[in-house]
Design a protein. Structure first.
Length: 259
């Protein structure tokens, strides 16, 4: 969606942001959670982020959690100590769209990240005491790269142990030309059975301690919720039932997925 002309990213003027925070404080009493919208707020400098968080603390004292999207590369120029200071000012959760843990897939979708850069960013955020949420796209490698995408993505979350882990299913709201270009035209989308098989491989190879897992985005055919690894066997069993006996399990169809 961020390729649409009206969604072109640019930082909003600092004075405008601070005025909005003050106005929200006057009109929205009792707000407890804030998301720093709309794109990747962590692209801002440490100074600007600190100024914004201090303004939220001053004008909206009821806020207990602030979260933001984060591209891994935008943590490179921020130290652990700076991130700790932002956390102490309320920024407690970063949503990181990894998309895949596989370097070949990441290169083909022109993500601008690697397995290593994503791991390093997640580990830096955790070192600062921030919570992290990782998103992987089910089907991002297509048929050809499905297994390596699943295995590398499992390895990514195993190494970083995020607090939250979610999947959504690949879909194309604005056409798939860009993805086809990245794959040199050699891209075949997974069908429902292939998506479930990829999820089975990925979840089966996770070694997580207490990560909250969700596959409840509107794009998902099969809704899964649990804690990995406590509920790993149960969720893998649900996937296998969907693979072998789909009539025995509740699945979203193309209408109820709501895309």
């Amino acid at each position: 969606m961020y390729t649409a002309p009206q969604k072109k990213f640019k930082p909003k003027a600092e004075d405008q942001v601070l005025e909005e925070i003050q106005r929200c404080g006057e009109q929205l009493a009792g707000v407890r959670r804030i998301f720093l919208a709309d794109g990747d707020a962590m692209a801002l400098s440490f100074r600007r982020l600190k100024t914004i968080l201090e303004a939220i603390r001053e004008h909206m004292p009821s806020v207990t959690r602030i979260s933001a999207y984060c591209l891994p590369r935008n943590l490179k120029n921020k130290t652990v100590e700076e991130l700790q200071e932002l956390r102490e000012l309320g920024l407690g959760l970063l949503y990181i769209g990894a998309e895949s843990g596989d370097d070949e897939v990441l290169e083909k979708i022109q993500k601008g990240e690697t397995y290593r850069s994503t791991c390093d960013a997640l580990l830096k955020a955790k070192a600062a005491g921030m919570k992290t949420s990782v998103m992987i796209i089910n089907g991002m490698g297509g048929v050809k790269y499905s297994e390596q995408h699943a295995l590398a993505s499992a390895r990514l979350v195993n190494e970083t142990q995020p607090d939250y882990f979610a999947t959504l299913v690949l879909f194309f709201r604005n056409g798939m030309d860009k993805v086809l270009d990245g794959f040199g035209g050699d891209f075949e989308m997974l069908d429902q059975h292939g998506l479930f098989k990829e999820m089975e491989i990925m979840l089966s190879h996770t070694e997580l301690e207490k990560t909250v897992f969700r596959s409840d985005h509107a794009s998902n055919y099969l809704v899964l919720k649990g804690v990995l690894g406590r509920d790993k066997d149960k969720m893998v069993s649900q996937i296998r039932t969907a693979l072998d006996h789909p009539s025995l399990i509740s699945l979203r169809n193309e209408t109820t997925r709501g895309l």
